[in-house]
Design a protein around this ligand. Structure first.
Ligand SMILES: *Cc1c(COP(=O)(O)O)cnc(C)c1O
Length: 362
């Protein structure tokens, strides 16, 4: 088999070391005689796996003590409902929720939240084709909003926030970080809630991560399912119902791998280098095109187009021959997309760049 590099948007590439360790431990975890998949989530073996995962994630992101780390199910899209179900009850009904619309994923969040709250789109980059983030000075925020929702990396559009918003009032910021969490240093204390599906930059599909400030707990609407009520989940250490145990185990191995790489700051340095290498090849001449304004270009999820779209099929076929997989763009935007998450080594980006240059005849 030729060496493969997987540029899938998600489920996505995982560190080879992590997969090898999981394979070695598959039938007998640490002499327990059991696979992690077969363990009770309440037994001492799994509890130790869970506790290490929480501890390592807290360390990696420097999560302050007044924040809970929750492992749920339901994915990023599930959180689009779970967030308003947990937060709009903080205000008199009907409550207003603010959004910044920067692409496909924040658009989906807006639609879902409208089932539970009055939605105010405080700013949108839709008219400009989602090529950036509207400057914070132009956001028309609601003074008494239950929260402000942003998507800090628009996976499909390839737009990433280069800044963390700072609000004057006490409106909590909810950030969908599904596709770039752990790729760059963040200050958790600037957010009320951070959430993300695991399948982009953490681990397998089926696990959803929520980091929530404690004072935001306890306001769930009466119709909120108990299994999605963050205060109930927090009270039960993410074991109110059976959590996605194997997903938590793999995520925990990824957290340990990240620590061995030097942590999030070290990953961020590598991610800057990887993205710079790829964008330089895309920008070298007119053969390829990335339409996002430079200041907002994602380091993780990079859509691009061939100017001559009649060459798309040939491009993808040649990429596949060279072991460069899953480069086809999202169906809603077409073209190509390279997702270069933490687990994508710079060698993979270099292999893609070599192919980009070769295909362009450079
Ligand atoms: C993938 C993605 C989602 C949706 O995640 P699911 O797990 O499929 O529900 C939501 N938000 C962002 C930013 C994503 O990249």
């Amino acid at each position: 088999m030729t060496h493969i590099y997987n540029f899938s948007a998600g489920p996505a590439v995982l560190p080879k070391e992590v997969l090898a360790q999981a394979a070695a431990e598959m039938l007998d975890w640490h002499g327990s005689g059991m696979s992690v998949m077969e363990m009770s989530h309440r037994g001492p073996e799994f509890i130790s796996i869970y506790q290490a995962a929480v501890r390592d994630l807290r360390e990696l992101l420097a999560v302050p003590d007044n924040y809970k780390i929750l492992f749920l199910q339901g994915g990023g899209l599930g959180e689009n409902a779970i967030v308003p179900l947990n937060l709009v009850g903080r205000k008199a009904q009907p409550a207003t929720v603010d959004f910044v619309h920067t692409g496909s994923w924040s658009g989906k969040s807006i639609k879902e939240a409208a089932k539970y709250a009055t939605v105010n789109v405080a700013a949108s980059s839709q008219a400009e084709g989602f090529c950036g983030v509207p400057p914070q000075s132009a956001w028309k925020l609601t003074p008494d909003a239950a929260y402000l929702h942003i998507c800090t990396n628009e996976t499909i559009d390839g737009v990433e926030y280069p800044f963390a918003p700072e609000l004057a009032g006490d409106t909590p910021i909810v950030a969908d970080m599904s596709s770039h969490i752990l790729s760059r240093v963040i200050d958790v204390s600037q957010y009320g809630v951070i959430f993300g599906g695991a399948q982009k930059n953490i681990g397998p599909a089926g696990l959803t991560l929520v980091i929530v400030r404690e004072d935001l707990l306890g306001a769930a609407l009466p119709i909120c399912p108990s299994a999605f009520d963050w205060s109930v989940v927090a009270e039960h250490e993410s074991m109110y119902n059976t959590p996605p145990t194997y997903g938590i185990y793999i995520a925990g191995l990824v957290f340990q791998w990240l620590k061995r790489q030097g942590g999030v700051a070290a990953m961020e340095k590598r991610n800057i280098d990887k993205a710079a290498l790829l964008y330089a090849a895309l920008d070298a001449d007119d053969f390829y095109q990335n339409r996002v304004a430079k200041a907002y270009r994602s380091r993780m999820t990079i859509p691009f187009f061939l100017r001559d779209e009649s060459k798309n099929e040939a491009f993808l076929a040649g990429a596949k021959q060279r072991g460069l997989l899953q480069l086809k763009g999202h169906k809603s935007v077409g073209g190509m997309r390279a997702s270069i998450y933490n687990a994508m080594p710079i060698e993979g980006v270099q292999a893609l760049v070599d192919y980009l240059n070769e295909f362009a005849g450079r």
